[in-house]
Design a binder for this molecule. Structure first.
Ligand code: NAD
Length: 431
C-alpha cells in the first residue's frame, strides 16, 4: 500500500519505518525542514532502540522516503496517517488541536482519489467528526473516510511494540475504510487482537487506557509511601500483588512519578473532556495532583540529605522520562531538577541518551557529564532518576571514593541497599 504519514516524531517515524518494513511504500511528511533534511541524509532525529537498522534498510530499499511537501506525501496515498502532536493547551490543559486541524486542512486539497485518513495522534472524542468537516469544507469533492487508529507504543520499545502489539484498535464508521485498515494490518492478523469499534469508542479507548495506567502508577507510589511508614517492603508487596492475574505485574514499579509526553497530558485532557461532558473523574484528578506533588517530594528528599552541607554538589543519573529513549518531555527528572536548581546551583547530570534533549529544555542551568563516574565525582548526594540498566552496574566501591559525601537517593530502586550500606552510603530508595 501507499502510505503518507504526517508528523515524523516519536510516533510517526517508528510507524513509518515499521510500515515500510512490512513492504508498504511510505512517505513521511514533516513541516520542519531541518528534520526532513537530517532524515534524508540518513541521520535519525530521535533515539529509539532498534530504529536505526530498520530505518537504514528501508531507506536503502526505497520503501521509506521523506518530504516537507504535503502534496508529495498525500496525493498518491491509499492511507494518510496523522501523527502530529496534541500537547496540552497552556491555559485549559485540554488537548490543543491546532496541529491536527492544520494537518487536516493542509492535506485536504491533495486528496485526488478515495483515501483513508487515519488519526494516530491521541485525540479527544469527536475529533474524527471535526476532521471530516474540515476536509469537506476545504475540498468538497474529496472522497475519503476518517478512521481512528490510536497508538499504544511505549517510547523506548517503539519498534518492538510496532511488531508485537497487544492489540490494534480501529475506529471506523464505514466498511470500506475498515477493510483497507484490515488489509494494512493483515501481517498481524494471526498474532494480535484486531479490534474494530465505533470511531468515538476508539478515540476514548486511548485516553481511558493511559489514564488507567497513570492511576496504577499513582496507586503503587502511594502504597510505597505506606510501606515506608509501616515497615513493609514495596518490592515484596508489588510482587505479591502482581502475581494476581487480575492485577498483573506491570506498572507496579514505584518511582518519582509518571512523566513523558503522554500520561501527564492525556490525564489532563481526559479530565477536561469529562468535565465538558458533565462527568467528574475524581480518580484521574487525584492521580494528576498526587503526581504533581510526588516530584516535589522527591526533590525535598534529595535536598534533605544535603541541608547541612555548605555549597553542596548534586549528581543526577538519568534525565529521560524513562529508559530506552532520549525524550525528556515532562520527565520527572526535569521537574525535580527545576526544584533543585532553586536551592543549589551545582548539579552535574548524566544520561546515556538524553543529555542533548535535556540541554534543549534546561540549557546550561546544570552541567552535563559524559559518564556516570564524572557525574558523581565530588558530589554530596547522588540521585538516580531514570531506570537505565547502566546505572545498575554502578561500582559502589569506586563511587564511595569519588563522592564527597556518601548519600544516595535511588528513586528507581536500581541499587542493592545492602551493598550501598556496605560501602558506607546513607541510602534511601522508594518504599
Ligand atoms: P512529536 O512532537 O515527537 O512529533 C510531531 C511531529 O509532527 C513534529 O515533528 C512536527 O514538526 C510535526 N508536525 C506538526 N504539524 C505538522 C503539519 N501540519 N505537517 C507536517 N508535520 C507536522 O509528537 P509524538 O510524540 O510523535 O506524538 C504524536 C501524537 O501521538 C500525539 O498526539 C501523542 O499524544 C500521540 N502518542 C504519542 C506516543 C509517544 O510515546 N510519544 C504514544 C502514543 C501516542
Amino acid at each position: 500500500m501507499k502510505i503518507g504519514i504526517i508528523g515524523t516524531g516519536y510516533v510517526g517515524l517508528p510507524t513509518g519505518v515499521g510500515l515500510a518494513e512490512l513492504g508498504n511504500q511510505v512517505i513521511c511528511i514533516d513541516r520542519e525542514p531541518s528534520k526532513i533534511a537530517a532524515l534524508k541524509s540518513g541521520k535519525l532525529t530521535i533515539y529509539e532502540d532498534g530504529l536505526e537498522e530498520l530505518f537504514t534498510k528501508n531507506v536503502q530499499s526505497g520503501n521509506l522516503k521523506f518530504t516537507t511537501s504535503m502534496q508529495e506525501g498525500v496525493s498518491d496515498a491509499d492511507v494518510v496517517i496523522i501523527a502530529v502532536g496534541t500537547p496540552p493547551h497552556p491555559v485549559t490543559k485540554e488537548a490543543d488541536m491546532k496541529y491536527i486541524h492544520a494537518a487536516a486542512t493542509e492535506l485536504a486539497e491533495y486528496l485526488t482519489r478515495y483515501t483513508v485518513v487515519a488519526t494516530k495522534s491521541t485525540v479527544p472524542v469527536g475529533t474524527g467528526d471535526d476532521i471530516e468537516v474540515l476536509i469537506s469544507k476545504k475540498n468538497p469533492t474529496a472522497d475519503f473516510d476518517v478512521v481512528s487508529l490510536p497508538e499504544f507504543l511505549r517510547e523506548g520499545f517503539a519498534i518492538h511494540d510496532f511488531f508485537h502489539p497487544d492489540r490494534i484498535v480501529v475506529g471506523a464508521n464505514t466498511k470500506k475504510a475498515a477493510d483497507i485498515i484490515k488489509e494494512l494490518y493483515k501481517p498481524f492478523e494471526a498474532k494480535t487482537n484486531l479490534l474494530f469499534v465505533k470511531r468515538r469508542s476508539s478515540e476514548t479507548i486511548k485516553y481511558a487506557s493511559n489514564a488507567f495506567l497513570a492511576i496504577k502508577i499513582h496507586y503503587i507510589n502511594e502504597m510505597a509511601d505506606f510501606c515506608e511508614k509501616s515497615g513493609a517492603d514495596i518490592r515484596e508487596v508489588a510482587k505479591g500483588m502482581g502475581l494476581d492475574s487480575r492485577i498483573g505485574p506491570r506498572f507496579l514499579n514505584p518511582g518519582p512519578g509518571y512523566g513523558g509526553s503522554c500520561f501527564p497530558k492525556d490525564t489532563m485532557a481526559m479530565s477536561y473532556m469529562a468535565r465538558q461532558n458533565g462527568v467528574e473523574m475524581s480518580l484521574i484528578n487525584s492521580a494528576i495532583e498526587g503526581n504533581r506533588q510526588r516530584k516535589k517530594q522527591m526533590a525535598q528528599r534529595i535536598l534533605d540529605t544535603i541541608k547541612d552541607i555548605p555549597s553542596p554538589q548534586i549528581a543526577v543519573l538519568g534525565l529521560a522520562f524513562k529508559n530506552g529513549t532520549d525524550d525528556c518531555r515532562e520527565s520527572p527528572a526535569m521537574e525535580i531538577i527545576a526544584e533543585l536548581i532553586n536551592q543549589s546551583k551545582n548539579i552535574v547530570a548524566y544520561d546515556p541518551k538524553a543529555n542533548d534533549t535535556a540541554f534543549k529544555l534546561i540549557g546550561n542551568k546544570i552541567k552535563y557529564a559524559t559518564d556516570m563516574y564524572s557525574a558523581i565525582k565530588n558530589a554530596d548526594v547522588l540521585a538516580i532518576l531514570t531506570e537505565w540498566d547502566e546505572f545498575k552496574t554502578l561500582d559502589l566501591s569506586k563511587a564511595s571514593q569519588l563522592m564527597s559525601s556518601k548519600n544516595i537517593i535511588d528513586c528507581r530502586n536500581l541499587l542493592d541497599p545492602e551493598q550501598a550500606k556496605k560501602y558506607g552510603f546513607t541510602y534511601r530508595c522508594i518504599g
